[in-house]
Design a protein around this ligand. Structure first.
Ligand code: ZN
Length: 73
């Protein structure tokens, strides 16, 4: 889970996140403020997609402006 170790918050605002060196922006509205959630994945449905390495959990950022979910494994 390499880049998750560099998953930092609060760099330039209370609710901004940086992943892999880029500020996370909502792909729908372009907002940069998120609430963080974690999610368990049902790997039964993901095995054939070769996502077993994701180890059954994901980070989910919920856009505070529009509610769009951004998923990071
Ligand atoms: Zn948004």
């Amino acid at each position: 889970m390499g880049f998750l170790e560099s998953f930092n918050r609060g760099l330039s605002g209370d609710d901004q996140y940086e992943i892999a060196g880029r500020i996370v922006a909502c792909s729908h509205c372009g907002g940069e403020e998120f609430d963080e959630r974690s999610a368990q994945l049902n790997t039964a449905g993901l095995s054939f997609l070769d996502l077993d390495w994701a180890n059954r959990s994901a980070t989910v950022l919920v856009c505070k402006h529009c509610g769009h979910l951004e998923w990071f494994l």
